[in-house]
Design a protein around this ligand. Structure first.
Ligand SMILES: [Zn+2]
Length: 307
């Protein structure tokens, strides 16, 4: 008998995976990239946040991100959530990191809770934003069935060693009309690894030197299969903050969007909600300016015509 550890199977159970790159295999049955890395014990410790994120991934320090993310990623996520659920509602963010989004949800009038694996990060989030954050994985928390109206996983589902088990547990924590909000890297199925290298695609940053963390990289198709099996077959995709990600809500039944006026009316009920609205307005202005610059750039420097 060989001592070689078994390679990671696809979450969907399909047994035959094809080679994709040095670090990933691909499941053609569902359309997921599956990491070949062996499990790393204690990866998400204090060092993950204070050293690996800056040194290995080149990201700003988590203390700076607690400030930088508020008017950028967090406002984008809040605007999206308000499209489908107005406060008051119970929201859980699994893997809340510095906790800025949980804080913003609270200021917007939601009853917001976060979970975080790292005790250091959990304490940091609590001390930085004064939020309710519970330490440990979501399965180990003492939540009752149906405790939440919305469960958010931003940049988390790709890290889960057993996404079927964890998300199955989360599904049980949602109320009858509850739904998931997900952001995760998007694997574009028709692109080979050579295609990605040839165009130096930004998606590579989720793969190269990252396969110990990103265990499953979903495509839109595999996300659809995954959430359908979970009992949430109605996916609504929207523009992500960054082009290499995908962003969607997943519900048991089709979700009806709220109009912007109802969201604004809801935020204006409390003084701090008005501050949140002002932050959302300024964030939208910056985003509109950025897109206008992109359009101008494309007009001034059009891509070469296809041969
Ligand atoms: Zn699969």
């Amino acid at each position: 008998m060989s001592d070689k550890p078994a390679e990671r199977a696809c979450w969907c159970g399909h047994p035959q995976l094809e080679s994709y790159s040095d670090d990933y295999r691909v499941c053609r049955a569902c359309g997921t990239l599956v990491s070949s890395a062996l499990p790393v014990e204690g990866l998400y410790s204090r060092e993950y946040w204070t050293e690996r994120q800056t040194g290995h991934h080149g990201l700003p320090d988590i203390r700076d991100r607690a400030r930088l993310d508020l008017p950028e990623r967090c406002t984008h996520w809040l605007r999206r959530l308000l499209e489908f659920r107005l406060p008051p509602a119970r929201v859980l963010e699994v893997g809340c990191a510095h906790g800025g989004y949980v804080a913003l949800l609270g200021w917007a009038g939601f009853e917001a809770t976060g979970t975080e694996i790292s005790p250091w990060m959990s304490r940091f989030a609590h001390e930085t934003f004064g939020i309710k954050v519970l330490t440990g994985d979501v399965e180990s928390q003492d939540f009752k069935a149906g405790s939440f109206d919305v469960i958010v996983l931003n940049d988390v589902i790709e890290h889960l060693p057993n996404p079927v088990r964890t998300m199955g547990h989360c599904a049980g924590l949602l109320s009858k009309d509850g739904f998931f909000v997900i952001q995760t890297p998007e694997y574009i199925e028709h692109l080979s690894y050579a295609d990605l290298r040839a165009k130096n695609d930004l998606f590579l940053k989720h793969m190269d030197r990252n396969n110990e963390e990103h265990l499953y990289l979903f495509s839109r198709r595999s996300a659809g299969v995954f959430f359908s099996r979970l009992g949430f077959p109605h996916l609504d995709f929207s523009s992500p903050v960054y082009s290499y990600d995908m962003s969607f809500v997943a519900g048991r039944s089709p979700l009806k969007p709220n109009d912007e006026a109802s969201a604004a009316a809801s935020l204006s009920k409390a003084p701090v909600g008005r501050l949140v609205q002002a932050l959302l307005d300024k964030a939208r202005e910056s985003a509109d300016r950025w897109w206008a610059m992109q359009r101008l750039e494309a007009k001034l420097n059009p891509p070469p015509p296809h041969p």
